[in-house]
Design a protein around this ligand. Structure first.
Ligand SMILES: *Cc1c(COP(=O)(O)O)cnc(C)c1O
Ligand SMILES: [Zn+2]
Length: 389
């Protein structure tokens, strides 16, 4: 296998203090700012070396964006078929809402039935390349399933900490993959405390949301695919069901990289965070005009992926929402259930409750007039409804 594309990764950077970190060492987050680190690439050089069209001629999947991903040696690029999910028009739902360009990016078609596959694929691949041998993760459910699958694929041990009331499918898939499952009484932040203590004591690598730099890079590919699918233009609005915010921050980063490459212009979508009204720390901070989101007390929602009370990348999420002239809104579990049924009956898409939440959010934004009839709008269905039965 010659001529496989090379990564243009140069270094890692703290977006808060600007400090640079060596990307060829195992890194976590900025210790001074407690901020995630962002991967940086030699985009000026890539701009001269490649055209945007050549990426479309490669075999399907996330790794066709290898220049913009962190893994240097192609042998470490694990794959289970992640990425290149369909962008489906929602004609019936759009018509009912008086819209002419409504789409869903259906991430349920990823391995392990959720978009967590993209992030964990990138993070596990890069960690193995840097010498990591054993993994640990606290999870609301799907991230644990995805880590178990990619670690299993690589033959590496993985330890998964999840709330005891996480959907059964998540527990079963973790055990099926041979990973070590720990059920925790409490929420994901309680699981994170236990996982963090074990990681420190045993030397396991913690792939928690934004506590290492590369899950964000995997999720960034959703933004690259969208730009390509719309002919190197971007939609007017993106609705994203926000837990830790990896995909939202990742897509926002993707758009900046694409503009630096000269592949898109300066136009950006308005980014919308949809959360559940039982756990809406980003919505509250956005409405207050605050730069940071305080932890949410007594978090509860049937959309387990949105049950994330403390958001580690809160600054980056809020910044993307504000820079894009976007917004944040909360929806009820009843509205999520109704939207889930609307998508399944009207479109044949059995969405995860998190994905259905974006349709519930769209109803609100059409009613208020925040989204106009002619605008191009993309909902993110982040997982399969089958994982919640
Ligand atoms: C994790 C998860 C989310 C939230 O994703 P973030 O990028 O962490 O905000 C949404 N939907 C599903 C199905 C998830 O598993
Ligand atoms: Zn810093």
């Amino acid at each position: 296998m010659t001529n496989l594309p090379k990564s243009y990764l140069t270094h890692l950077e703290c977006p808060e203090c600007g400090r640079r970190f060596d990307a060829d060492q195992v890194q976590t987050y900025c210790p001074d700012c407690r901020s995630p680190l962002m991967a940086r690439y030699d985009l000026a050089r890539l701009r001269g070396d490649a055209t945007r069209e050549q990426f479309g001629q490669r075999p399907r999947g996330m790794w066709r964006w290898a220049e913009l991903l962190p893994v240097r040696d192609p042998r470490y690029r694990l794959t289970l078929g992640e990425g290149d999910t369909p962008l489906l028009p929602l004609a019936r739902t759009g018509a009912a809402l008086g819209m002419d360009a409504l789409f869903v990016k259906d991430e349920a078609l990823n391995p392990t039935g959720s978009f967590k596959a993209r992030g964990l694929c990138a993070a596990v691949s890069r960690a193995l390349e840097l010498g990591v041998r054993e993994f640990v993760i606290p999870t609301a459910g799907n991230a644990g399933g995805a880590l178990a699958a990619y670690a299993g694929r690589a033959g590496a041990p993985a330890h998964i900490y999840m709330p005891a009331d996480t959907p059964r499918a998540n527990q079963i898939e973790v055990q099926a993959a041979g990973a070590d499952l720990h059920l925790v009484n409490g929420l994901i932040n309680d699981a994170a405390r236990e996982a963090g203590a074990e990681a420190a004591a045993r030397g396991w690598f913690d792939v928690s949301t934004f506590k290492e730099p590369y899950r964000c890079e995997g999720k960034k590919t959703m933004g690259l695919e969208l730009a390509e699918a719309f002919g190197w233009r971007l939609p007017d609005v993106i609705l994203y069901p926000t837990g830790g915010g990896t995909g939202l921050v990742g897509m926002w980063k993707a758009f900046a990289e694409l503009e630096a490459l000269g592949w898109i212009g300066s136009q950006r979508p308005r980014m919308v965070s949809v959360q559940a009204d039982g756990c809406a720390p980003i919505v509250r901070a956005f409405q207050q005009g605050a730069p940071r989101a305080e932890a949410w007390q007594n978090a509860h929602t049937l959309a387990s992926g949105l049950r994330v009370p403390a958001v580690f990348a809160d600054r980056q999420v809020l910044q993307a929402l504000r820079e894009s002239n976007g917004t944040a809104l909360a929806v009820s579990d009843e509205d999520i259930t109704a939207a889930q049924s609307e998508l399944a009956r009207g479109e044949g898409i059995f969405a995860a409750p998190e994905g259905a939440a974006t349709l519930a959010g769209l109803h609100q934004l059409r009613q208020s007039g925040w989204i106009a009839a002619h605008e191009t709008v993309v909902l993110f269905n982040t997982g399969s409804g089958l994982k919640y039965i």
